[in-house]
Structures are given as C-alpha cells and as structure tokens.
Design a protein around this ligand. Structure first.
Ligand SMILES: Nc1ncnc2c1ncn2[C@@H]1O[C@H](COP(=O)(O)OP(=O)(O)OP(=O)(O)O)[C@@H](O)[C@H]1O
Ligand SMILES: Nc1nc2c(c(=O)[nH]1)N=C(CO)CN2
Ligand SMILES: [Mg+2]
Length: 248
C-alpha cells in the first residue's frame, strides 16, 4: 500500500485518539535499532519465506489465509476451522493474544502480528516453535519494543508512521486488521477471519490481566475495534481478496 493512501487513515487516527506522532516515530526508531542489531528480513525475503513453507505448496494456486483475532468467538472458530477446513492449505496469521489460544490447541501459527502486548512467554514460545514475527512499533509500546524486540528471531518490522531503515508500513492499525493488510500484501485471494468479533466485548487473550475469560472492552478498546472493522471493510472493498468472517 502506498504511504499516501495509508496516511489519510493515519491522520484520522492520530486526531481521533490524540496519539503523538513523535512517539510513534520514536518507537519506530527503537525498533529499527534493535533490528539493526539482530538482523531484519526485507519484505521480499519474507515473501520468499512464506512461499517456501513446505506445508503450503498450494499457496500459489489458492492463496488462502486465515487470520485469528482475540475476540470471544476465537475458540469456537478454531474448532470450526479444524473440523471444516483443510487448515494445512492455509497460511495462518495470529493477531497477538490469539497466539495463546492457538498454542492451547497445539497449533503454531505461521505468522504472528504483534505490538508485544500479548502474553510475552507465549509469543516467545511460538517464535521458538517456528512462527515468523511481524513486530509493530507505535507510541504506546516504546518500552516493550526496547525491552523485548531483540529476543525475537525471523522478524519483519513495521511502523504506522513514515517507514525508514528496516521498517515497512503495510497499512492497518490494530494487530488484527494489520494481519489482514499483510495477507493482502502477500497475495491473498481468500482470507478467513476467526475470533474477529469486533463489538464491545473482549477476552483474556487480548487483555492478559483480566480475571474472567470475557469482559466488556473499555471505551478506547471499543473505539480501536471500530477502526479495525472499518479498515477491514475498506480493504475488502478496495482489493480483490474475498474476506469471510466466521464471527459475523
Ligand atoms: N472483540 C475483540 N476483542 C479483542 N480483539 C479483537 C476482537 N475482535 C477482533 N479483534 C482483533 O484481534 C486483535 C487482537 O490483538 P490485541 O488484543 O493484542 O489488540 P491490539 O491491536 O494490540 O490492541 P490494544 O492496543 O487494545 O491492545 C485485535 O487487534 C483486533 O483486531
Ligand atoms: N500511538 C498508538 N498507536 C497505536 C496504539 C496505541 O495505543 N497508541 N494501539 C494500537 C493497537 O491497537 C495500534 N497503534
Ligand atoms: Mg497487541
């Protein structure tokens, strides 16, 4: 996606949430520095990596993806996918906290898209078991990027501001909608969405600190989820990929 196209959304988001662009850029600098130390994938190297995944020989014919979000329907949707879909033929992308739910079912996502606010030990464990990581820098995760980004291998770095150095801006805001934008950038023709309920309820996969499995999302989270939904509607109207949401 061209930066100018994304930039219209980005300016709306900055205004609407009162986020600091300077902080976004600072966090992006931290991520770029850690990737300079540990080694980053270019987008083309990442694309080659995805195409080479042995269990996805059919990718070039079907270009099938499944994106797992951390909404209340996640576990039920995982079950449905295991029973009704030939999951081996799909490239699986977990949005951050959804990784925990997949590991609980002995599933290791091919790719994890994260701003590092999911359960760190599960993110590291998925990386150890083979998941590729798309690490995202923004103004509210400077500390996490600084402390933890160096602990991951097989990483593509992303930013929501103007990309520099090792970083890319593929468009998208929350981990879930960025996973959809990523799939489209990788050539997806069909994307199944699981656990992507949006709405006003969230889960302990998304908020590791809450004590119940499902809880009312706070106002900011609800607003973020509205953007996630709008961005996915927008991209599905502007790209050729078919997007099927199991949660709606
Ligand atoms: N009801 C839902 N609750 C939580 N996540 C959802 C829901 N519906 C869809 N999702 C998607 O699953 C993703 C899970 O990632 P995660 O919970 O880490 O969110 P995030 O993007 O880091 O947002 P936040 O800044 O609120 O933590 C979200 O980004 C969102 O796109
Ligand atoms: N500055 C800033 N940017 C973000 C934030 C956030 O809280 N602050 N949350 C995101 C994930 O939902 C994505 N981008
Ligand atoms: Mg997150």
């Amino acid at each position: 996606m061209k930066f100018e196209t994304w930039n219209k959304w980005y300016n709306r988001i900055l205004n609407d949430f009162n986020f600091s662009k300077d902080d976004d850029e600072k966090s992006a600098r931290y991520l770029n520095e850690s990737l300079e130390d540990t080694g980053a994938y270019s987008f083309d190297e990442f694309l080659d990596y995805v195409n080479s995944l042995n269990n996805h020989k059919e990718l070039n014919q079907n270009q099938l993806f499944v994106v797992f979000g951390a909404g209340p329907s996640l576990k039920e949707n995982i079950k449905c996918i295991q029973e009704e879909f030939d999951i081996e033929n799909y490239i699986s992308i977990a949005a951050d906290g959804a990784t925990t739910a997949l590991l609980e079912e002995d599933l290791v996502p091919d790719i994890v898209v994260t701003d590092l606010d999911g359960k760190l030990e599960d993110l590291l464990s998925a990386n150890e078991k083979g998941s590729f990581f798309v690490l995202h820098a923004h103004g509210n995760n400077l500390e996490e990027i600084n402390k933890y980004a160096r602990r991951f291998k097989k990483v593509l770095g992303t930013t929501q501001s103007f990309p520099h150095g090792n970083l890319y801006n593929l468009g998208g805001f929350t981990d879930g909608d960025r996973a959809v934008f990523l799939a489209i950038e990788l050539g997806a023709k069909k994307i199944i969405l699981a656990g992507m309920d949006f709405g006003d309820m969230t889960t302990s996969y998304s908020r590791p600190n809450i004590t119940s499995k499902i809880a009312k999302a706070d106002e900011i989270k609800q607003k973020k989820l509205k953007y996630a939904e709008k961005l996915i509607d927008w991209i599905s109207n502007n790209e050729n990929a078919e997007i099927i949401n199991l949660s709606s």
